[in-house]
Write a protein that binds this ligand. Structure first.
Ligand code: NAP
Length: 362
């Protein structure tokens, strides 16, 4: 049984609760915005949870950037990750600004927090807060898996009392569950945005968040609605077609606004074209430059949901203004209530989705 805990330690100081005591520079910054954290396991305070880390699930935009800089050489990728963590005390890619999350085993936990988390030493957990604010100390890189963006390591990590962790489910392969938990915020938030009979387009529909979002969108719009996927990687497009959540999956480039908007609207059919676009467009790509495609294909007063970490606020805001498009632009919050449980439940009730994720991650 999965258990997720957003802790609120009233009896701890503000500094300890939010991890300010771990910030080395700049003074006064919160850990996410900090340049450097003190990640030493020896200085664990009573409010913290110490995890023996086994696997890092590196954010897709970050892994893509590091891999490309390292020419897909796994040893070089490992060294680049060790270098970032050594310098910053956390895995926050200086180019993309993004992190990821991790899997490990509870090493030590104070009695008060053990009760709040419902955890004990030895329990297997995944962090539900970003690596961009998680103090991380790495002793070694064991293996780099470029295909799944997972990196097996030896080290320790710290979760602050304001953070959140999930006990790993026992009915799903751990690497699969880790991958789902990394993008757990996406599908539950899309569930809130879509309505029966509505229309949705997903950019990056064959990636892991894209597959989950498409499944949630299909459930939300029902058989009378329209779900169109766009995916540039042929094997991922085929996977999305196999899962079957989308009415059509287009092989195309989400960074080519006019071409892809025309193709998606034409695939969606007359009602969507007549409405001026989709009700909801979700960007799940891991590359920069998809903002305008998403905005162009959204109807007036529709919603664009940018889950992608490669999204530029300036390109989205100025892009919408530039074409006089009155749409709601939403930033994909990594957290929403019960996101871990809801995303795992979605996977469990969709056999096609589960089979595809097993194939990819298990
Ligand atoms: P993923 O599994 O790598 O999926 C991304 C998919 O988009 C891949 O299939 C990718 O193909 C495809 N793609 C790349 N360029 C494209 C293009 N020009 N046109 C169409 N499709 C394209 O990534 P993920 O783990 O689902 O993550 C998706 C995004 O969400 C990333 O930007 C990630 O950083 C972000 N994220 C956000 C949060 C949050 O809290 N908001 C949390 C986690 C992740 P290739 O394999 O060829 O690249």
């Amino acid at each position: 049984m999965l258990r997720s805990s957003a802790m609120c330690a009233q009896d701890l100081s503000f500094r300890e609760r939010y991890g300010l005591h771990r910030v080395l520079e700049p003074a006064g910054a919160l850990p996410q915005a900090a340049e450097r954290l003190d990640s030493s396991p020896e200085r664990r305070s009573a409010g913290e949870l110490l995890i023996a880390v086994e696997t890092l699930n590196v954010d897709s935009a970050s892994m893509r950037q590091i891999a490309s800089e390292c020419h897909d050489d796994t040893a070089e990728v490992g060294r680049a990750i060790l270098d970032i963590v050594g310098r910053r005390g956390k895995l926050q890619n200086p180019v993309t600004g993004s992190g990821g999350m991790l899997l490990g085993r509870v090493e030590s936990i104070g009695s008060e927090l053990a009760e709040r988390f419902g955890l004990a030493p030895g329990d297997r957990v995944a962090t539900l807060v970003s690596l961009t604010l998680t103090p991380l100390h790495l002793r070694a890189i064991r293996a780099v898996h470029l295909d799944t963006h997972q990196v097996d390591v030896e080290g320790t990590a710290v979760v602050f009392p304001s953070g959140a962790v999930a006990r790993m489910p026992t009915d799903l392969p751990e690497r699969l569950a880790l991958a789902v938990l990394d993008v757990a915020g996406a599908a539950p938030q899309v569930e809130r945005l879509v309505q029966g009979g509505g229309s949705v387009c997903i950019l990056g529909a064959g990636g892991k968040s894209g597959l989950l979002v498409a499944a949630a969108a299909r459930e939300g719009v029902g058989s009378s609605g329209i779900v169109i996927g766009v995916e540039s990687l042929p094997v991922a497009a085929d996977a999305a077609r196999r899962v079957g959540s989308c009415d059509q999956v287009l092989s195309g480039d989400a960074t080519d606004p006019l071409a892809i908007a025309e193709a998606a609207l034409s695939a969606a059919g007359e009602p969507v074209r007549n409405a001026g676009g989709f009700d909801v467009v979700v960007s799940c790509v891991n590359v920069p430059g998809a903002e305008l495609s998403a905005i162009l294909m959204t109807r007036e007063r529709g919603t664009v949901y940018f889950f992608s970490m490669a999204t530029s606020f300036a390109r989205a805001a100025l892009g919408a203004e530039g074409i006089s498009k009155d749409v709601d632009l939403m930033i994909g919050n990594g957290y929403c209530l019960q996101h871990a449980e809801r995303s795992l439940a979605l996977v469990r009730r969709q056999p096609g989705l589960l089979a595809e994720l097993r194939e990819r991650f298990a």
